[in-house]
Design a protein around this ligand. Structure first.
Ligand code: GLU
Length: 320
């Protein structure tokens, strides 16, 4: 039987994703990190964490950061051993661990946290010519709510429920790369996306057509946000994206890196060490990473820390 993990790695190699610096013939241990769409920020996390692992530990590991379908997919793939690490929203991390949402009654017992990365905002991006000025204006429109497996889909569903818009518009389930394209091509009027800023998935439409980003800040939303430990209200600064010249209020989660208890403590320790010993390099790799600080990167995690991560954080004196 084909080993699905090998298949993923094989596919990643066939697609031309770079392997590490291990000498030819040397049996370096493979690591696969699952991200999101190529225009999102998760893929950047996966790529740049792997760059650090390959640069500083390339004799030991071949780390491949690959595009994947997002939070829910990554948690399930980590759980099934198809990925060593995955990037996932803090709300999904909590739900998977506690057996809620997509994992209702089926907690992912072997889910382990590694660290938090950048904050992600729940975005509703619309074509400026769609006439959409508030969430309620989605009525009757064609709107992408995210592919199954993405983290944003659950956020879109919450927003739709809290604004009483269930069934009021045509929902699409495109992956984000296609959704950004569909917005430019007028095939959809708006999309939901939960992502770090700035993201190429918003820059692409912002740079080729007029867009607006819609506030998600009704009293029902604020109450909902206040009721969950993993949500905070936030503001996207003016001019983060071309043509969006006013600040936009919405809510945010954190991107977290997760793994499974079945991944060895050595491997997790080595990955964590590569990241934190070279955090300055990671911070420079993408604008969304510029604010990363160790003390924040240990916050927002619900699933217990993996033993390998715990060992490194204890050595640093960051945890007891
Ligand atoms: N938050 C999105 C998800 O969970 C992915 C965002 C990204 O790829 O940066 O699916």
């Amino acid at each position: 039987m084909t080993n699905p993990r090998k298949l993923i790695l094989g596919t990643a190699v066939a697609l031309g994703f770079g392997l590490g610096a291990a000498a030819p013939g040397q049996a370096a241990d493979p690591i696969v990190i699952g991200g999101g769409s190529t225009t999102g920020v998760y893929y950047q996390v996966a790529l740049h964490v792997c760059n650090l692992v390959n640069k500083y530990d390339g004799k030991k590991y071949n780390c491949v950061g690959r595009p994947a379908l997002g939070s829910v997919f990554n948690i399930n793939a980590v759980n099934r051993g198809l990925l060593d690490f995955g990037v996932a929203q803090s709300d999904r991390n909590s739900q998977a661990w506690n057996g809620e949402g997509s994992w209702k009654g089926k907690p992912v017992k072997n889910l382990r946290s590694v660290f938090s990365a950048h904050p992600e905002t729940v975005l509703l991006v619309a074509r400026a010519d769609s006439g959409i000025k508030s969430v309620a204006d989605l009525k009757g429109k064609r709107v992408n709510i995210g592919n199954p497996g993405s983290g944003q889909r659950g956020n879109a569903e919450d927003v739709i429920r809290l604004y009483n818009l269930k069934g009021a518009f045509t929902a699409q389930g495109l992956q984000q790369g296609q959704a950004s394209r569909a917005l430019i091509d007028k095939k959809i009027a708006a999309f939901f996306y939960t992502v770090g800023n700035p993201s190429a998935a918003i820059e692409e439409p912002a740079n080729s057509t007029a867009i607006s980003i819609i506030s998600i800040n009704s009293p029902a939303i604020k109450k909902f946000v206040a009721s969950k430990p993993y949500y905070v209200m936030t503001t996207i600064p003016a001019n983060t994206y071309k043509g969006v010249s006013k600040p936009v209020e919405t809510y945010a989660v954190k991107a977290t890196v997760v793994t499974s208890s079945t991944v060895s403590a050595d491997k997790v320790y080595d990955v964590v060490k590569a990241v934190f010993e070279h955090l300055d390099e990671l911070k420079k790799a993408h604008k969304a990473f510029a604010i990363l600080e160790p003390k924040d990167m240990l916050q927002g995690l619900t699933a217990p820390l993996h033993d390998g991560a715990k060992k490194y954080y204890k050595e640093k004196g960051w945890i007891k």
